[in-house]
Design a protein around this ligand. Structure first.
Ligand SMILES: O=C(O)CCC(=O)C(=O)O
Length: 208
């Protein structure tokens, strides 16, 4: 298990999104999954809704000081899970990835955990609810392949897509920090990591 990540350049850079392919080997991915099971036990996945009451297709939960929630009152970072409990701490295995590719100077406040079944997607959006955009967002993919779309810093315009696979890590920092991005589709059956299939995406964020 390679948790001693060496410094290496990204395999791909698309519009400033740095893609580290297979950054996590399979034993590490399995260890991460074990840690995530404990997080999900303490803070179960929930179905977020938009402020208009429309259910999003991803299921989510968080670890860290703050978690991301969306309901009738809109979306926001919150210190409590919708069930009223504090979010569990971010597992060290995940923090080590942040330290390797994100920053050694500050820990993230939030690890947002998104679960995608084969039909789930995420529309193009910016991550802009954080106080300081000089910190990157680090994204970790586990399970089935996802078609990740990268747009521009404003809505519209041409986009580019890349398949993200289990173990891939993407750093969205610098000029890419406020670039629109989303997930168009999940290719079911492309990974054996999750026993029932699907995809987990983790995003590490400095919020305050
Ligand atoms: O699932 C992904 O790869 C991207 C997730 C994302 O964009 C987000 O959580 O804001």
């Amino acid at each position: 298990m390679s948790d001693n990540f060496g410094r290496k350049p990204p395999d791909l850079v698309i519009r400033g999104f740095e893609v580290f392919e297979r950054f996590l080997d399979e034993p590490f991915q399995r260890a991460l999954l074990n840690d995530l099971r404990k997080v999900v036990k303490a803070a179960p996945l929930f179905a977020p809704t938009t402020s208009r009451g429309k259910e999003m297709s991803v299921r989510m939960t968080s670890a860290g000081k703050l978690g991301w929630v969306s309901d009738r009152n809109g979306y926001r970072y919150d210190a409590l899970h919708p069930q009223g409990v504090a979010w569990p701490a971010i597992p060290n295995s995940i923090l080590n990835i942040w330290r390797a590719v994100g920053s050694e100077n500050r820990e993230p406040d939030c690890c947002l955990i998104n679960f995608y079944n084969a039909n789930a997607r995420m529309g193009l959006h910016q991550d802009r609810d954080e106080a300081d955009f000089s910190w990157p967002v680090v994204s970790i993919s586990l399970g089935d392949d996802a078609l990740f779309r990268i747009g521009n810093q404003t809505r519209g315009g041409k986009t580019e897509s890349v398949w993200l696979r289990s173990g891939d890590v993407v750093v969205m920092g610098g000029d890419a920090r406020l670039t629109y991005h989303g997930v168009d589709r999940i290719k079911a059956g492309t990974s054996l990591l999750l026993p029932k299939g699907g995809r987990i995406n983790l995003t590490l964020r400095v919020v305050t």
